[in-house]
Design a protein around this ligand. Sequence first.
Ligand code: HEM
Length: 383
Amino acid sequence: MAGSELNNSMGPLADYGITRTRGFIPATDPLQKLPPAFACIERVSSELPVHLKQGSLSEAIKRMDSPDLGLLNGTAEQERLFLALSVLANACVWGQRQPDFRIPETIAVPLTELASALQRKAVLTYASMTFFNWEKINPNGDVCAENTRLLCRFLGTRDETWFVTSALHLEVACAPLLATLYDAVVASSRADVDELEHQLACLANQMHVMTDAVLKVREQCDPTIFFNDIRPLFSGWPSPGAVYEGVSKSPRILAGASAAQSPLIQSFDAALGIRHSEKTAAFLDGMMPYMLAQHRRFIQEVRQASRIRSMVMRKGSAGLVSAYNTITDALNEFRRRHFQLVNEYITKPSGQAAITGTGGSSFSEFLRDAGAATRQASLPADH
Ligand code: HEM
């Protein structure tokens, strides 16, 4: 049944915090400001670009009271505070000439507590940066890169804003694809072949949107500015890690905010039955604790419920195979163009040095492997 959201193995989309119009972006716009009890942290985080320019951040943080989490009311406020704290934590570590891998107690303690309440890693994540960090410029306009600006930012530049809002744009642009993918998973789990063929054909027609959207970053984010000024601030804590003062003396190693933490592409892999190499699968699994709990549950349940690949192989009709292959080809094309972006935005400006990604991977080999696994998913026409 087209558009149905009930089946034996998966709940309705709303159970996973997904909508047909915004995908993984929450249905309610992010909270623009914290309540007055958090005015101090709101001020320091809104003045962050100035503090980073003037080198005054540690003084400002010393003057800050630790926020009282008991005063928070609901998830929107928790997410908004989590965003502010995690941006400040990254600024403390990476915002100075020499990185300082100690996060002050005023930030480290509430950040750790909130992370545990939200079941996420105690660090800046793609979810905080992209899903909970924007407001519309024109309140009546769309949620798109052209009509959104950031609530928390390190530098306050056009390039930084666009880097983040173009990812937000992609998530919203791909919402109808995600919904159709879900419908296809539901059809497959009910063994409804006609419905599966219909949904896969719909999806095949829409897949180009994903690649078009990933290239949008080029419009207003310069690769050299990204590499030198923006990317370092989004990094995580590489070995030996960062100490969360007031929490533990042992340093923690954590990934930075990378779009590898987006649940979108992993949902496609899960639904289409794409099998990554052991190393790539381990990296992608490692990104799941950085996602919203509902979103990781979605991926896990799609993995269990989807019979798409096995049904296409078993039934083998030309229509099913052709639609399935068009979708995996398009996913491969997304990965190929994404790899070009990585070369343009990281490898080239770095002078071709062997470096690791914000998510902590040795990315060239890893991204090549992910592409190869996607290509291998393609089925022979006479299957
Ligand atoms: C200029 C823009 C971008 C750059 C420079 C970039 C860079 C990278 C790098 C270096 C990795 C390797 C993992 C890591 O260590 O972080 C990666 C992985 C990944 N990125 Fe991006 N990325 C960009 C935009 C995006 C966007 C907009 C998306 C869309 C959601 C995305 C989705 C992914 C995914 C899904 C992975 C995991 C590998 C895979 O599944 O193929 N990236 N990215």
